[in-house]
Unconditional design. Structure first.
Length: 359
């Protein structure tokens, strides 16, 4: 049984072997550089140009800050409030009616100023005096066509602007987009608009940080998660009427949040794969396949070169040289019978009869 191969080992100190190793290292470096460059979006710009790349970008203005001291909720024992009601330290500002709304939709979208005049910011929940206005706004959000409400809603109101200038937006439709992290049903109170079941959603947006919006809607889209603590935030867009800055009790005490009254939530599906992204996969697969073929060809060439070199060395060291064959022809040859006969004659023995052992 043969335990060791008779194949001679390759010397890694040979110039040929060192050249092959350097080639492999260089090929590996090129592959790593190609992978790093392919991961950059700008690398594919020449192949998949962006049609909007030359559009002028709009300057980004820093968000306004919210004065937290202005929105502290406290208990007030004033003569106009019942015991247990909360109001803000700041005096309520009379609502401002926006006269820029189109006349055709003014009667549909706007509310009677007297109806909303009783609404105060920074009060806990909905006060009894605000109940009629609360359900009237909910009824209008429920009955209006969603397209009409979204068409005339303001989608550029930031969280800070809404908190600082809330009276200007009271009763106005606005659109916010973010993620809900809690969605719970609750039963509506007694009202004349036949509103029975409502849904409460806590919405977090990018500009609000850890401060949420409280959304109250009359219905929700089918299939949306409904548990209290959602395992995964659900992206939604909601258009509703801003009602007030509402106080609520949370961790660390009393807090405030904008209250929007809407019909439903628009559950946003995952963003579709763009055309550029969908065609990028075959190019990446092709690059990987081309690299694999190049590596396989390189290893095959190295292996073939090793086998050829071994074959040449074998024939070089095992085949006789012509001058050696010519030298062998000049050597004298003799018959072995004559050689043994001459040896016997030298010992004094007969060529035909062996000598005695004792002679």
């Amino acid at each position: 049984m043969r335990f060791h191969s008779r194949r001679p080992s390759t010397s890694h100190f040979a110039k040929r072997a060192q050249t092959r190793i350097l080639r492999l290292i260089g090929l590996l470096v090129l592959v790593m550089i190609a992978v790093k460059m392919a991961g950059r979006a700008s690398f594919w710009a020449w192949m998949f140009p962006d049609q909007n790349s030359h559009a002028a970008s709009q300057p980004v203005t820093p968000p306004e800050t919210v004065d937290e001291s202005k929105y502290k909720v406290k208990l007030d024992e004033g003569p106009k409030l019942a015991a247990g009601e909360f109001i803000a330290a700041a005096e309520p500002v009379a609502p401002v009616v926006d006269n820029a709304t189109d006349e055709a939709t003014a009667d549909v979208l706007q509310f009677d100023p007297e109806l909303l005049s009783v609404v105060e910011d920074n009060t806990m929940s909905i006060r009894p005096i605000e109940a009629d206005a609360y359900y009237a706004v909910l009824a209008k959000a429920r009955d209006l066509p969603a397209e009409t409400l979204e068409q005339h809603a303001d989608a550029d109101v930031s969280f800070a602007v809404l908190m600082n200038q809330s009276p200007q937006f009271r009763g106005k439709p606005i659109t916010v987009r973010g993620e809900i992290r809690r969605l719970l049903p609750f039963t509506a109170g007694k009202n004349e608009h036949e509103i029975k079941d409502l849904w409460e959603a806590w919405l977090f947006t990018e500009d609000a940080g850890l401060d949420p919006y409280r959304i109250v809607c009359t219905e929700i889209p089918p299939g949306i998660p409904r548990e209290e603590g959602l395992k995964k935030a659900v992206p939604v867009r909601v258009t509703g009427f801003f009602f007030k800055i509402e106080g609520y009790e949370g961790r660390g005490g009393l807090h405030t949040a904008p209250l929007l009254l809407a019909r439903t939530l628009r559950w946003l599906p995952p963003p579709p794969v763009s055309k550029n992204d969908s065609t990028l996969g075959p190019w990446i697969v092709g690059l990987v396949c081309l690299t694999a073929v190049g590596l396989a060809f390189t290893f095959w060439r190295i292996s073939a070169s090793d086998r050829s070199s071994q074959t040449r060395n074998f024939h070089r060291y095992n085949e006789p040289r012509p001058e050696a064959l010519d030298a062998l022809k000049l050597l004298e040859t003799s018959d072995e019978t004559d050689m043994f006969r001459s040896l016997r004659e030298d010992d004094g023995q007969s060529p035909t009869k062996p000598a005695d052992a004792g002679a």
